[in-house]
Design a protein around this ligand. Structure first.
Ligand code: ZN
Length: 376
């Protein structure tokens, strides 16, 4: 089975599903090795989710739902619950539309199953084009690579090269021993940097943080490919061989937050500029929603945690803050508990950059918690 990746195009396919009122099955499985290390655990989790949904479908007399569950169950009979580089899987099934799609997820995900009128894509939204972070730990004899988002990192590579022990068995003179060691350390740094370039080609990341001693830092930066060197956002010292993923994340977080804060500051400055007469920006939910659906938004800014109720056209998916007939097709709108979520989906499907404000959320709240920088 070919797995697709999470992208605006994949979200677009899911949002555009024509279900004819029949249910869509959305299934999320966690493959993060730090949380579900054994394939047998994943199999048990999958079975329990499918059983839970089957019971629910039976109780509700939902035969179409039961049929989708069977479809997914059949798919997993021959499917190994391990995918190279993936830390989660999402499966969507809707036979009415002949639809069956499996997405390999770049981050772990809370296991869940839904039978609903539309594909449940909220867990994917944060995975579409977020900033990817890499942390490289390097000592004179070990290297470890961690990859993830600003919220979590998982270890994807661990290399241990016991340079010292190999040399201490040789019976060399002290000077020759030291030279030999330094040469080997240089080789180890070079190989690690090459490995990192390779990993970046298969699983691209935007930013890099280095965890190594002050002494090794210039040597590592020298060996990094120039493309990677310019992505270095920070440095910290840590026990390279023994640190846990949580400790690594904790030490990398200040660099992550500093970069994020700079990006938010920049967007807010552009917003202030855009709000001047003849500028290209909008603030507030109603105006921003309208411009977003006209395709005029270049970047959508949303304060983290902001939610607002609204209305959705069941026919064309148009979003509105007021309960009036759809401005495109005159259909009566349906209430929706969080229209902000749908606005973010709408932006991602149109490949509009979405910036969820964290550090500077308060400043955006003064503008109604949602704003946009416009194309024209
Ligand atoms: Zn409509």
């Amino acid at each position: 089975m070919q797995h697709s990746t999470v992208s605006p195009a994949a979200l677009g396919r899911l949002v555009g599903l024509r279900t004819g009122g029949r249910p869509v099955l959305s299934l999320y499985l966690n493959l993060d090795p730090s949380l579900a290390p054994h394939i047998s655990d994943r199999r048990i989790e999958l079975d329990s989710l499918l059983c839970e949904a089957a019971t629910q479908a039976r109780t509700m007399g939902d035969r179409d739902g039961a049929h989708e569950i069977m479809r997914v169950r059949r798919f997993f009979v021959d499917e190994r619950l391990a995918v190279n580089g993936a830390r989660g899987l999402a499966v969507f099934s809707c036979e009415t539309d002949g639809f069956f799609e499996v997405l390999a997820l770049p981050d772990g995900v809370a296991p869940a199953i839904h039978l609903d009128e539309r594909a449940v894509i909220e867990p994917l939204v944060e995975m579409v084009c977020p900033e990817r972070w890499c942390v490289l730990l390097l000592s004179s004899r070990a290297s470890r690579i961690f990859l993830g988002s600003r919220d979590s990192l998982s270890e994807i590579q661990h290399v241990f090269d016991d340079v010292h022990r190999r040399h201490s068995q040789g019976g060399w003179s002290q000077a020759r021993y030291q030279r030999g060691i330094q040469k080997e350390i240089d080789g180890h740094i070079r190989q690690t940097c090459e490995l990192l370039s390779e990993r970046c080609r298969s699983e691209p990341f935007h930013h890099l943080v280095l965890g190594c001693s002050l002494e090794l830092r210039p040597r590592v930066e020298r060996e990094l490919h120039p493309d990677l060197r310019e992505r270095v956002e920070g440095h910290f010292e840590i026990d390279v061989e023994r640190a846990t993923a949580e400790q690594v994340y904790g030490r990398a977080l200040p660099a992550i937050e500093a970069q994020e804060s700079g990006r938010e500051r920049d967007a807010l400055d552009r917003l202030t500029e855009g709000l001047a007469p003849d500028g290209h920006a909008s603030v507030g939910l109603e105006e921003t929603l309208g411009l977003l659906q006209e395709g005029r938004v270049q970047m959508l800014l949303v304060a983290r945690g902001y939610t607002a109720p609204g209305f959705v056209c069941p026919r064309c998916g148009r979003l509105d803050v007021e309960d009036r007939l759809c401005s495109l097709d005159g259909t009566a709108m349906r209430p929706h508990k969080n229209i902000v979520e749908r606005a973010i989906e709408c932006a991602l499907v149109r490949s509009v950059e979405v910036l969820i404000m964290r550090g500077h959320a308060g400043e955006l709240e003064r503008h109604g918690s949602i704003a946009a920088l416009l194309r024209y």
